[in-house]
Design a protein around this ligand. Sequence first.
Ligand SMILES: C[S@@+](CC[C@H](N)C(=O)[O-])C[C@H]1O[C@@H](n2cnc3c(N)ncnc32)[C@H](O)[C@@H]1O
Length: 203
Amino acid sequence: MPSGPSRAKPDFYTQKAKKEGYPARSVYKLEEIDSKFQLIKPGLRVLDVGASPGSWSLYVIRKLQGKGLLAGVDLKPLNLNKKYPNFAFFQGDIFSDEAGSFLRERGPYDLLLSDAAPNTSGNRLVDTRKSYDLVELVIGLAEDQLGLGGSMVVKVFQGGDEEELFEKMGTIFNRVKRFKPKAVRSESFEIYFVGLDRREGSR
Ligand SMILES: C[S@@+](CC[C@H](N)C(=O)[O-])C[C@H]1O[C@@H](n2cnc3c(N)ncnc32)[C@H](O)[C@@H]1O
């Protein structure tokens, strides 16, 4: 995590997250993405990749209103203070065989969310490459786990060959969009790619 003046005291979004019971400010990125693309509705089957500490998951749980399900996976544990009947969490590597079985038992999914990020080194070239590799695998996961008409959101670090990933998503989804939420810190080079409406014949 980069440190600097903007991390010195809690910002607007950090304070808002605390008040609203979310473990991280990143929830407001998803809220913006969701209000723009209207992705999360009661009854959907949702997969949250890189779910810890759990803000996106909690946002999804609240929006599902008890209908549908959420499966979350992360290398690290969640930081949520209660359990939810329609939320299952697997702690481990999303690309492991064990995570694969966990996901297949609950899929296929209508929506795949990935806020997953590699450990950053501070070297933008290296970090962008690691993000590229991770996103490429997440797109493969979407190909395996998303049903027809399904959608995905994936975090991408800008500054490398990310347009290749955007094009790849264009072969899977009828529409692909780039979106940078206001809640992304000004010094951050992350952006989200949103794939909407999985195409027929993209399996
Ligand atoms: C920015 S955090 C996600 C924050 C989360 N969306 C929230 O709102 O609480 C990124 C997460 O991706 C996870 N991650 C990175 N690579 C992963 C992998 N291969 N398998 C599972 N989780 C991974 C990290 O452990 C980290 O917790």
